[in-house]
Design a binder for this molecule. Structure first.
Ligand SMILES: Nc1ncnc2c1ncn2[C@@H]1O[C@H](COP(=O)(O)OP(=O)(O)O)[C@@H](O)[C@H]1O
Ligand SMILES: [Mg+2]
Length: 310
């Protein structure tokens, strides 16, 4: 990084259109060095496009800023050299072995001891014993670990991970996240896009982006607090009937089942209270005021953004 700024990514007003359609709108964000920053939002919201702008693969139509201290418009080559980018699709050679893939990548990056670097990485990834297995024959979880290993081989300062755990089983996802935390603890900055709430909760900061608009950002606690959402958790009988009855009522912005309970949320407390009042009398239902979950907040944000931007 040029200089020793505590900020790894600092961009303002990024905008990008494809074929006349704006897919990233006036997006500004800051990511602290050594932190894990989560990018959330529905499909087609511009997460991948933003990631590609940040590492210099795409030029924004407007906006400016720096990545690792380098200008995202003028110094794309310098940025690319210090960034590890794990794309949404598995991008290694399926018909090369684990070892061959890593050695190939190490040579591509011009590492002096490619074989040694590959050997070290196999150890670090816990892939010992599988080094001669073809990458294409690995399970989803092992493939992702291998891809992570490949993009950290050249010791990047910033990791961009685009939905790295989509379709990976829970145990492998947890291992993957432990590895990400270990890398961040070593000073690496990580920007990761995900659809999983439990993963969002493992990020130091998150941003929620919908239809090109960054709608909320901060720590998980910040984002929940700023939502100003009041939530009730309801348990009891006939929750389906209750959900149908409350949906669309004044003050009820969201009704969502969570396991055996129902979350009922709204921003206008007074209106929410009066809509649920008749149902609170029912002895078959148990109502409890709760704080909204991150998922409640995202569902509500998404509902609002669908109305506003679509
Ligand atoms: N190279 C491209 N050409 C035209 N449209 C694109 C291109 N890349 C992305 N898009 C469109 O931009 C929107 C945002 O895409 P993307 O950044 O991939 O979203 P996300 O990663 O959040 O799913 C989508 O509607 C997508 O179809
Ligand atoms: Mg994407």
């Amino acid at each position: 990084m040029s200089g020793d700024s505590a900020i790894a990514i600092d961009v303002r007003g990024l905008t990008k259109s494809f074929g006349g359609r704006e897919v990233v709108h006036d997006l500004s964000m800051q990511v602290k060095r050594g932190s894990i920053y989560g990018f959330l939002g529905p499909n087609g919201s511009g997460k991948t496009t933003t990631i590609r702008i940040l590492c210099g693969l795409l030029t924004p139509d407007s906006g400016e800023g720096t990545c690792l201290g380098y200008d995202i418009r003028k110094d794309a080559d310098k940025i690319k050299r210090q960034v590890g980018y794990m794309t949404q699709r598995f991008s290694l050679y399926q018909d090369l072995s684990v070892r061959e893939n890593l050695e190939f990548v190490a040579r591509l990056y011009g590492l002096r001891d490619a074989r040694g670097a590959a050997r070290e990485m196999i150890k670090r990834l816990g892939l010992s014993g599988r080094e001669d297995q073809l990458a294409g024959e690995l399970s989803g979880g092992w493939k992702q670990r291998l891809a992570l290993g490949a993009c950290t081989l050249p010791s990047p300062k910033l990791l961009l991970l685009d939905e790295p755990t989509a379709g990976v089983d829970p145990k492998a996802r947890r291992d993957f996240w432990n590895e990400i935390h270990a890398l961040a603890a070593g000073g690496l900055t990580v920007l990761v896009s995900t659809h999983y709430m439990d993963e969002a909760e493992r990020c130091h900061e998150i941003a929620y982006i919908a239809y090109g608009h960054l709608l909320a950002h901060g720590t998980v606690e910040d984002v929940i607090a700023k939502s100003a959402l009041s939530t009730y958790t309801v348990t009891g009988e006939d929750l389906n009937e209750l959900a149908v009855a409350l949906t669309g009522k004044p003050g009820v912005d969201m009704v969502a089942p969570f396991g055996t309970s129902l979350h009922v949320s709204g921003r206008d407390v007074a209106a929410l209270e009066s809509s649920i009042a008749p149902w609170r009398e029912r002895s078959s239902l148990h109502w409890q005021k709760s704080s909204p979950s991150l998922e409640d907040v995202f569902i509500e944000l998404m509902g609002r953004s669908t109305d506003n931007f679509r």
